[in-house]
Ligand binder design. Structure first.
Ligand code: NAD
Length: 495
């Protein structure tokens, strides 16, 4: 089977080739070649920035009501073609078909929200903020009224750098709102699964997003560096690992860009003894093993309070053992492979470290019944782990669930708050008092109460804290609107 060469889309033109190295990607379920992504074609990146800059003045001047019309059409196109996109996602990422369809639907939510830009980007006015008595009229004659007004205006050329784990959804956290606000955009998707975002971008052009307004350029760190240091780029939105995000935040900010970086995570689920057992087992299972654990909102550490471990662990082991691990489009598949061989090796290494450091391996995903080809690893569960161990502290980004134990809620909250990450935390409890204490003292930005994954919703900011986020304004919701607009304040008097 031959691999598809991942193209760039610059001002609507498909560009392939160019100098530099290439990443060879496989279908992670079969091990067969699927795509080749150019890594360092900075010429294409340069052309994409120039195309976005050239398209900017006319697009920024287009009435917002006209700018959002293609988004309404795009939503319809995506809904009609969700299966086509899901097939590409399954083939190059390995998700199950249901997960792939779900991820496109969450992307559509972002388009719907961005289509509300006429209301979302409205300014505010405070008339008669002061009275001036100079020049024409005296105070006695009423003076001259001074009005103050704030407008939200576009930022300019925006760049989006995205990870492999949601190749269609994550770009939609960025560009629909950016272009609805009047900016032009250059998307740099992950080099690990570049095909889905090419197809999704072509569909956006079919919907009428002008071609220079949305550009796509393939590449790795060389291309990212070209984009984030470029004098014609005004804002950079990044989603990916903490290591890359911290670097991109510092470098782009040092080059004068507005930056938001949504980064890595190690998320905790606290299980209280009074929790609804079925809901807790289901919630933890979905959170830890959904998308094969390759989610920034994977609840990969469970903190069992009191005797909750006595019923939680047997329930989890039984349910996880029954998950069908197979290619994502196989009937009844509950968990697909890791996205690439490096991912599979990373998980194997993490399991070895967990054993070496003394945690108890209660379910070994290496022994799960699953296809022998490709990048498969089954659900893995460790018990009796402790903070300080690799499997407790570090993001594995795979189907490894680690259980630690706490005496009481205070103890559990203290353990969670020691994490250097703060993307998400969850509690399962029947007690309003415990839930309230959790909500008010936990150091994370996305909280779940009896919900396994408090997933990002288009209307709310995705609020990671600590080393899960660098910047000020998050993606989505009101933060997204503010990130992709500048405020302009006018104070006026008419003499
Ligand atoms: P990654 O950081 O390896 O890659 C993300 C993007 O950054 C890619 O486009 C890549 O080309 C680029 N990149 C990577 N290293 C770079 C470098 N040294 N210099 C410049 N650019 C670089 O991340 P990934 O493996 O694709 O995705 C998994 C990570 O993303 C996990 O850590 C996960 O938690 C995180 N993630 C976070 C969120 C969130 O909202 N917080 C959402 C999804 C994924």
């Amino acid at each position: 089977m031959s691999a598809t060469i991942a193209s760039n889309l610059v001002a609507g033109e498909r560009l392939t080739g160019g100098a530099g190295s290439v990443r060879h990607n496989i279908n992670p379920a079969t091990g067969q070649p699927i795509s080749e992504a150019p890594l360092s074609n900075t010429d294409a990146a340069e052309r994409a920035v120039q195309a976005a800059r050239a398209a900017y003045p006319e697009w920024a001047a287009t009435p917002v009501g006209d700018r959002v019309q293609p988004l309404f059409r795009y939503k319809q196109i995506l809904e009609a073609n969700v299966d086509e996109l899901a097939k590409i996602i399954v083939a190059e990422h390995g998700k199950t078909t249901a997960e792939a369809i779900g991820s496109v639907r969450r992307g559509i939510d972002c388009i719907e929200f961005a289509a509300g830009a006429p209301a979302l980007t409205m300014g505010r006015t405070l008339p008669q903020i002061a009275v001036s008595s100079s020049f024409c009229r005296t105070q006695d004659e009423g003076g001259v009224g001074i009005d103050s007004q704030i407008d939200r205006v576009p930022v300019g050329v925006c760049v989006g750098i995205t990870p492999f784990n949601f190749p269609v959804m994550v770009p939609m956290w960025m560009w629909p709102m950016a272009v609805a606000c009047g900016n032009t955009f250059v998307l740099k998707p992950s080099e690990k699964d570049p095909l889905s975002s090419i197809r999704a971008t072509e569909m956006a052009h079919d919907a009428g997003i002008p071609k220079g307004v949305l550009n796509l350029v393939q590449g790795g760190p060389d291309v990212v560096n070209h984009l984030i240091k470029h004098p014609e780029v005004d804002a950079v939105s990044f989603v990916g690992s903490t290591r890359a995000g911290e670097y991109i935040y510092k470098t782009a900010a040092a080059h004068g860009k507005r930056v938001q970086c949504m980064c890595g995570a190690k998320n905790h689920s606290i299980i209280m003894p009074d929790a609804n057992r079925g809901a807790a087992i289901d919630g933890v299972l979905g959170s830890a093993f959904g998308n094969s654990g390759q989610r920034c909102l994977a609840g990969s550490v469970v903190v069992c309070v009191g005797d909750s471990a006595d019923w939680l662990i047997p329930g989890l082991v039984e349910a996880a053992s029954a998950i069908k691990v197979d290619r994502g489009d196989a009937p009844g598949c509950g968990m697909g492979p890791m996205q690439d061989m490096e991912g599979k090796e990373r998980v194997h290494e993490a399991i070895e470290k967990g054993v070496e450091q003394g945690a108890t391996l209660v379910l070994d995903g290496r022994q799960h019944q699953m296809p022998s080809c490709g990048c498969f690893v089954g659900p893995t569960i460790f018990d009796h782990a402790r903070p300080g161990m690799f499997i407790v502290d570090e993001e594995i980004f795979g189907p490894v669930l680690t259980i630690i134990r706490a005496n009481d809620l205070e103890d559990a909250i203290e353990m969670v708050n020691k994490s250097r990450y703060g993307n998400m935390a969850v509690i399962f409890t029947d007690s309003g008092n415990a839930a309230r204490k959790f909500k008010s003292t936990i150091g994370a930005g996305m909280l779940g109460i009896n919900v396994g994954v408090p997933a990002p919703m288009a209307a709310f900011p995705f609020s990671g804290w600590k080393q899960s986020f660098y910047g000020d304004l998050h993606a989505n919701g009101e933060d997204g609107v503010r990130f992709f607009t500048r405020s302009k304040v006018t104070v006026a008097r008419w003499l």
